[in-house]
Design a protein around this ligand. Structure first.
Ligand code: ADP
Ligand code: MG
Length: 251
């Protein structure tokens, strides 16, 4: 089997021991599309996102990126090489930033390009500068993460992911750990990426943001996709009772 969509998830199922967390999820994302995933806590949103880059490999089903199956069954050494390769194409931003505390901003951004792509220190520096300029933090290049605000840390995390020149960016509640006044600066960076047609899958609790930035919204509950559609339809005229219930509490 092959896939024609940019990102395609087919019949995805995932269990942790006896707990089935994802059940028969099918999802496609076209190049340049921005897809929001919403749903109650525990519905499997993070697990689905983490399945895309093999952080939490599926129990069954398939994940494809640009015609390449990500969750291929391979002998261990080949698998490791394959996963390292595909992860370079998939940028991920987490709720809690996950910056390396002992490295400066520059060190955080240049580490993966240098280690995984083998580019020179000078080229990696140029990349770091380019991406920091983009997120408005060039002046922080020699700071340590502990000296940054939450919003600045998250923008550095985004710059770090972008420095790998990924094909797709995954955001897992990138603003949920931030003080309310810092949310907007991170949302702005994501909006800018949207304008540049970066392909993005965004798990979020911010319905206004999803409505203004995303092409499609996926509502998950209990490990299934309950309903999906453009924000104008899903938010204004949801078809399913479970979606209506959720939105009543979150809109
Ligand atoms: P969401 O992101 O929608 O809040 P998650 O994908 O984090 O949901 O979790 C879905 C379910 O899977 C929850 O019941 C959670 O406790 C469980 N789960 C997630 N990760 C693990 C894990 N590594 N081991 C066991 N259970 C897990
Ligand atoms: Mg989550």
């Amino acid at each position: 089997m092959t896939s024609s969509a940019f990102v395609e998830i087919k019949n995805a199922a995932k269990s942790f021991g006896n707990l089935q967390v994802l059940r028969d999820i099918n999802l496609t994302v076209e190049r340049g599309q921005i897809v929001a995933i919403i749903g109650p806590s525990g519905s499997g949103k993070s697990t689905l996102l983490r399945a895309i880059n093999e952080l939490d490999p599926l129990t069954s089903g398939e994940v494809w990126l640009e015609g390449v199956q990500i969750n291929r069954k391979l002998p261990p050494r080949q698998y490791e090489k394959h996963v390292n390769q595909v992860r370079q194409d998939i940028g991920m931003v987490f709720q809690h930033f996950n910056l390396f505390p002992h490295l400066t901003v520059r060190g955080n951004i240049t580490l993966a390009p240098r280690m995984l792509k083998g580019i020179s220190e000078a080229d990696a520096d140029a990349l770091a500068e380019e991406q920091l300029l983009k997120v408005g933090l060039l002046e922080k290049i020699d700071e340590y993460p502990s000296r940054l605000s939450g919003g600045q840390k998250q923008r550095v995390a985004i710059a770090r992911a972008l420095a790998m020149k990924p094909k797709v960016m995954l955001f897992d509640e990138a603003t949920s750990a931030l003080d309310p006044e810092l949310v907007e600066e991170v949302n702005q960076v994501m909006k800018q990426l949207a304008e540049e047609h970066m392909t993005m899958v965004i798990v979020t609790h911010e319905m206004d943001f999803a409505a203004s930035v995303c092409d499609r919204v996926i509502f998950m509950d209990g490990g299934v996709v309950v309903e999906e559609g453009p924000p104008s339809v899903l938010f204004k005229n949801p078809q399913e009772e479970r979606t209506r219930n959720f939105l009543r509490k979150h809109l």
